[in-house]
Design a binder for this molecule. Sequence first.
Ligand SMILES: Nc1ncnc2c1ncn2[C@@H]1O[C@H](COP(=O)(O)OP(=O)(O)OP(=O)(O)O)[C@@H](O)[C@H]1O
Ligand SMILES: [Mg+2]
Length: 398
Amino acid sequence: MAGDIALSVDHLVKSFRIHQQKTNSLKQLIAARGRNRYDDFVAVDDVTFDVREGEVFGIIGQNGSGKSTLLKCMAGILQPNSGTVQVFRRMGALLELGAGFHPELTGRENIFLNAAILGMGRREIALRFDEIVDFSGLHTFIDQPVKTYSSGMYVRLAFAVAINVDPQLLIVDEILAVGDVSFQRRCLEKFVEFRSEGRTIVLVTHDMGSVKNLCDRAIWLEHGKAIDEGDPADLVEAYTERMLGGAAPAADGSVRRGSGEIRITEVEMFTQGDPTPVKRCRTSDSIVLRLHYQAEKTVPQPVIGIEIQSLGGATVTAPNTRDVGMVPPNMSGTGVVDITIPRVDLLPGTYDLHTSITDFNRAYVYDHVQLALRFDVMTGKPYETGGLVTMRPQWSLS
Ligand SMILES: Nc1ncnc2c1ncn2[C@@H]1O[C@H](COP(=O)(O)OP(=O)(O)OP(=O)(O)O)[C@@H](O)[C@H]1O
Ligand SMILES: [Mg+2]
């Protein structure tokens, strides 16, 4: 029923015991005798919130702010130190990579184990087993231990189990960053379907676009504390402003800051030989990134830079014109800068392109556009299932 509570978290605290560095001298050893050498690190610090039936509820926050720990407490994988989690609906959980599966057991064994943790009886699991395997697409690997799986395969299996236990409440930790583009798309479709069926979803993600587009409500964690809760668009704005220092996102999700004496007005991507701009390419494609600029006045020695980031927030590459000794004495008017990338070494996934123009010292920012372009990399050559880039390895077995 609308308005009912699907999940309730009350004054939840979770800390980890961090052991001090080993003593390395006899003197230290004697001095430390009898004392426990550890600290307690509070990862989730007195967090309280309710998730209502039928809501898509987002959790945002910087790396290490406690999101995954909170989710693991909700799923019963971790025991909180104090406070409670009450789950009122059948839960499906897609946790951080590695949580909830046993590496030594096979895919088949893990399906039974995982589904049982999520509250499904053995008979019921057996009935749904084929469907789970079909959805995962891992038929040939199902009797291999999951430690041999790639991270993408792992997530496929976890997702197949999570959605096939017929959950009324689905909790998901940043899956869009793993898995290939087709899998990401399938997950998104499943979310939208679940949402329209009135199921409840709790979503942890660094993708602010998903938070704004999918979520009905969100909370913001910082150092384990819930520092804000409410409308996703407001929260995302406040969060990006905090992260990037004083700028609000535009309609397309991009965030701009800088003095504005010269600006990047548009960013386009082209694949070889095609004059129409695209938002996707394949591993090994040759591409051109075209930055259009417009200067209000003549700026001396501008340095132009780009940064390519994964959805999970890893910087894959961040070249600039100063590093290659290409700084013009000055720039004015309008024009374009073409960055030709002869061979894209990115593996399938979604990536964000940020652009900047600064002074020679990279200290004074004329223009910085966070998320100037989001693009997808589709499967190309070589085909690899893990990581962000290919190193084009040559294998030899003897
Ligand atoms: N098993 C553990 N033992 C000790 N410390 C831990 C453990 N798990 C998490 N932590 C610490 O707790 C803090 C919160 O970690 P958590 O993984 O919940 O962050 P997060 O918000 O999910 O980050 P990210 O955005 O990088 O996924 C971090 O400082 C982390 O180092
Ligand atoms: Mg996490």
